[in-house]
Design a protein around this ligand. Structure first.
Ligand code: SAH
Length: 344
């Protein structure tokens, strides 16, 4: 995954813009402007809750075409004082997508970074939509002897990539204790890169405040099962073929995200479904108010887009939204009714 997605010349994310109808996949901000607008308002409310500091860094990890950030800033500009307090930072490794972001955010002063650790200190609101699913993942298979790592090798005879079983046990602490005795043949996925990124997020929030919002497909509790998938031209694809030409992802284990952030001193709020989060923040009312002023075909697009984002048979249930905050922060907007720490 690391090489196929991130190789400096041949990596999938370095070469081309993969998003949109003509690309390989489509994401929530590309489906409806409501998505970014609601996140922009969430960011503004979170800033107010934190006492409206005079400088807040609005950070996005993996901003794609910059659509979410552009929609968020447009909506948040209506909140007095927020725009003046903002410094916008984008973490993006793809030169092609940095160009797209530059176009989408032409009117905004933006700084780009290679990684979260490069962002200057200070209170920050950090947004990541479909970023964590792209970080490389390890796979472990339960054998009669215990958990063992599965890897990918080059099969020289067949001239292709192949999965291989190894005798390597996972580092201590990798497999959650409740899965230690899972049936032989079970698979567990674990992403050290994701854990490292969430630990860093946690340290930053614990030391400097304010909040992170992580949106992705995944599960709230640790689970067994293989979720590594490849997508090309909006269709499932073999995960070992056409490396560098296809998108590769795994589902995000939100309990692991929460553990890493909490271990670093931050607070995690139990994940909501994307449908619940958007509904709680008024996505339906916002859509209706835009639709009532729009031409009939635009109004229909707005309503269809929202439905896809919140419906259980669309992206409303599989996609989860998790908030992380500093240790003493109040529940962020949308997370009030489930305000407890996940492990408790
Ligand atoms: N958030 C956007 C795009 C999601 S695609 C949207 O919702 O439309 C994943 C994004 O993460 C792309 O911008 C990709 O270039 C970026 N990305 C993937 N791996 C990365 C890494 N290791 N560091 C920084 N950005 C990365």
């Amino acid at each position: 995954m690391a090489i196929a997605l991130g190789h400096p010349e041949n990596g999938y994310y370095r070469k081309a813009d993969p998003l949109g109808a003509a690309g390989d996949f489509i994401t929530s901000p590309e489906i409806s402007q409501i998505f970014g607008e609601i996140i922009g308002l969430w960011a503004a409310v979170t800033w107010q809750q934190a006492g409206a500091p005079s400088l807040v860094r609005l950070v996005e990890l993996g901003p794609g075409r910059g659509t979410l950030m552009a929609d968020a800033l447009r909506a948040a500009n209506n909140v007095p004082g927020f725009a003046q307090a903002l410094a916008v930072h984008l973490v993006e490794t793809s030169p092609v997508l940095r160009d797209r972001q530059r176009q989408a955010l032409a009117k905004t002063q933006v700084e780009w970074h290679e990684s979260l650790s490069d962002i200057p200190a200070g209170p920050a609101i950090i947004i990541a939509n479909e970023f964590f699913d792209a970080l490389p993942t390890n796979q472990y298979v339960r054998t009669p002897e215990g958990w063992r790592e599965r890897r990918i090798e080059i099969d020289d005879d067949a001239d292709c990539l192949a999965f291989i079983a190894t005798d390597d046990a996972p580092p201590p602490g990798t497999i959650p204790s409740e899965l230690a005795k899972a049936p032989v043949g079970s698979m567990f996925e674990h992403s050290p890169n994701r854990q490292a990124e969430c630990t860093e997020l946690g340290h930053r929030l614990a030391a400097e405040g304010i909040a992170a919002l992580i949106i992705d497909y995944g599960h709230a509790l640790p689970g067994i099962g293989e979720t590594l998938q490849a997508v090309r031209r909006h269709q499932p694809h073999d995960v070992l073929s056409n490396a560098g030409e296809v998108d590769l992802t795994t589902h995000v284990d939100f309990s692991a995200v929460a553990d890493a952030a909490r271990g670093a001193g931050a607070r995690s709020w139990p994940p909501l479904s994307q449908g619940s989060f958007l509904t709680a923040l008024g996505a339906e009312q916002r859509t209706e108010s835009l639709a009532s002023a729009a031409a009939p075909d635009q109004a229909a697009n707005l309503r269809t887009g929202l439905k896809r984002l919140i419906a259980a048979d669309g992206m409303g249930t599989l996609f989860k939204v998790m908030a992380l905050t500093g240790a003493d922060a109040p529940p962020p907007a949308g997370f009030e009714t489930t305000g407890m720490i996940l492990s408790e």
